[in-house]
Design a protein around this ligand. Sequence first.
Ligand SMILES: Nc1ncnc2c1ncn2[C@@H]1O[C@H](COP(=O)(O)OP(=O)(O)OP(=O)(O)O)[C@@H](O)[C@H]1O
Length: 347
Amino acid sequence: MIELSNVSKTYGSGDSAVHALKDVDLRVPKGTIHGVIGLSGAGKSTLIRCVNLLERPTQGSVMVDGQEMTRLNGSALNQARHRIGMIFQHFNLLTTRNVFDNVALPLELMGEKRSVIKDRVLPLLKMVGLADKAQQYPAQLSGGQKQRVAIARALASKPGVLLCDEATSALDPQTTGAILELLRDINQQLGITILLITHEMEVVKSICHRVSLISNGELVEDAEVGEFFTAPTTQLGREFLNDFLQLTPPKELLERLEGAPGPSTHPVVRLTFSGDAVSTPLISRLARDCNVDVSILQAKVESIQDRTLGLMIAELLGSETQTREAMDYLQSHQLHVEVLGHVQRTS
Ligand SMILES: Nc1ncnc2c1ncn2[C@@H]1O[C@H](COP(=O)(O)OP(=O)(O)OP(=O)(O)O)[C@@H](O)[C@H]1O
């Protein structure tokens, strides 16, 4: 289990101080996979590096599997770090060591005997699918293979926790999928707790149980993945979702979109719906009960874990009162309604 309480991190001081983390509380239960997503510079790397104290928090406490990391120094901290594996975007392998010796490195640093090292490294290489590459050097491997070596190395000291710092960001989509599958297998087979940071919703959707959204050093959302994808509670969360689903209004419509309603305009809305609302014929009811016509401009249905998510961009055609009633009707049926703007009637 990982538990951060009131963690803040400030780089520098005075006028040049950067408040990279502000009062962060985060709890990752044992055996779960937790994602932290955010824009560039939001504080993701700082947060993950505070877990193993590669960065020491300015304030607050960090507990990992019952041990308070923030109280440790020197050799006690080094010992505790053996229980926390970490993988990085650029793999960080030693180019002068072959695959076997890269994986063996943490065990050598712990003073393990060669026979123990051999018994540990070979099954790990098998687990990550590189049993036949033990004698090869990093330069002879693909990006995905290098990350597999890094994963085996991170697991060598039998950690209870694995930290993944943008572990798939340097990989193509197919290799990303294979590495994520490996991480999921490791989580299930070894019961290891995984904390990962990413700027990609696809990563969160594929393997995380829960997700936190970080913005300007603050955790602004924390939810189950299905919940986050179907009902983000912040504007930033909705923007991540819309980018992921690529449901933005067509360019030609954007050009005609006006901010304020006028005497002869229609609202253009983005509707997000999940659960029962996906299978309810709300649009035809809207036409019947509220007397508005609905012109669907874009629509998409996605399965996120055990939930179904529907998205739609539509123009509501009717009088101002009718369209307002229609939006109230949709909201009362648990749809998230966002008015994107207004367009002039064409007829
Ligand atoms: N060593 C440092 N010294 C000073 N400022 C730093 C340092 N490391 C990070 N920062 C600043 O802290 C803030 C958070 O940075 P961080 O790297 O944690 O964000 P991030 O979300 O991981 O970004 P990215 O996705 O671009 O890697 C940024 O404003 C960054 O410039």
